[in-house]
Design a protein around this ligand. Sequence first.
Ligand code: UD1
Ligand code: UDP
Length: 374
Amino acid sequence: MRMTKKKLMFTFGTRPEAVKMCPLILECQKRTSRFDTVVCLTGQHAEMLTRVLDYFQIEPDYNLEVMKDEQTLTDVTVAVLEKLGPVLEKEKPDILLVHGDTTTSFAGALAAFYRQIPVGHVEAGLRTNDFTSPYPEEFNRQCVDMLAGYHFAPTQWAAGNLAGENRDPARIFVTGNTVIDAIRTTIRQEYRHPELDWAADSTLILVTAHRRENLGQPMAQMFSAIRRIADDNPHTKVIYPIHKNPKVRRAADQYLRDHERIRLIEPLDVFDFHNFMSRCHIILTDSGGLQEEAAAVRKPVLLMRNTTERPEGVEAGVIDMVGTEEEAIYRAASRLLKDGELYRKMTGGPNPFGDGFASLRIADILEKALLSGG
Ligand code: UD1
Ligand code: UDP
C-alpha cells in the first residue's frame, strides 16, 4: 500500500527553542519518503535565533521577523498571531510542532488551534504551577499543553504532570529532551577559544541571566553577588555572554563592568557555548535549558531562581536552587568553590534529561501517528 506523505510544520522564535528543535527537524528531514517539512521562524529573536540555524545548517522557509527592540509580551503575541495565520493557511500542514514555553510557542499553538490544525508540543509537561515564576513561561506552557494533541514529554515526571491534568494518556510520550541530542553533536575534545585561554589559569565561573521576572532588583542582587564572589576568590575568573536584551545589558554594565577577572562578552554560538560549559567549573544561571545541558556535561548549577520546572536536576544533585538574593548566592558559591566533596556530589549523579535520541523517538511517533493512524 502506498503511503501519502505528511506535512510537518515547525514554528519557533527564540534561541533555546531553536537549539532544541533543530535536531528534530534534521531527523524529520532525513525521512523524505514520509515527511515534507516546513520551517517557519517567528523571529521573536533575531541574530540569537538565526545563528543557531546556521550552526545546524537549516534553511528556514519563512521568517516572520516579529522582533522589536524591547518588545512587550503583547507585541510578540499579536505579531505572531497576525503573521503566522496566513502561512498556516497557505501551507495547510498536517501538524504544527511548537516547543516549550515562549510567547512564540503559545501564540503559534493558538494560531493553529484557530485553524483546527493539530499541534504537537515538544518539551511538554514541565511545571512550576506558579504563573509568576517563570513569567510568563508557566502560563505559556500550560496553555500549549491545553491546545496540543500530541505531548512529547522529556521525562517521566513531565508525563506524570500531563496525566494528572487529564490529558489523553495515549497522546503522552516520554522521549527525553532534544537538547541532549544537540549537545551530543557540539562538544569537542580539542576545542580552543581565546576567552578560554584567558581563563585557563583560573577556576572558571560561567554566567547567564535573562529571566523577565528577574529584571530589576533580583538581577541587581544576582550581579552584586557575582562581583563579590570574584572579589573574594582571586583564583576565579567569570565569563558572562550577555543576552541581547538591552535591559539585561544595562544591568550587567552597571554591576559587572571594569573588573579584571570578569569578562562580559557577546552571546556565544551554541557550538562555542556548549564547549564553554564543558570546560567551566561552576555555572550560575537563571536559564531553563542550561539546567539540562549542565546535567549532560556534569557541571554544577547554582540556579538563581525561586522555582524550577526541572526538579529532576535538583533530585540528581546537579542543580542547587539558590534564589535571587545576594547573600544566598554568595554563600552557596563560596561553599561550592571550597568544598570538594560537595562538588563531587553535584557532578557525580545521573543525567535525568535524556540519552541523546529524543528526536529519533519523536519522529518515529509522528510517523506512526500520522502515517499509520497509530
Ligand atoms: C524569550 C522568552 C524566554 C526565553 C528567552 C530565551 C518569552 C516571553 N520569553 O525571552 O522564555 O527563556 O527568550 O533567551 O517568550 N533581542 C535582540 N536580539 C535577539 C534577541 C533579543 O536584540 O536576537 C532583544 C530585543 O530588544 C528584544 C529583547 O531582547 O525585544 C527581549 O526579547 P524577548 O524574546 O521578548 O524576551 P527574552 O527575555 O529574550
Ligand atoms: N546559549 C548559547 N549562547 C550563549 C548562551 C546560551 O547558544 O551565549 C544556548 C544554551 O546552550 C541553551 C540556550 O541557549 O541551549 C539557553 O537559552 P536561554 O538561557 O536564553 O533560554 P532558556 O533556556 O532559559 O529558555
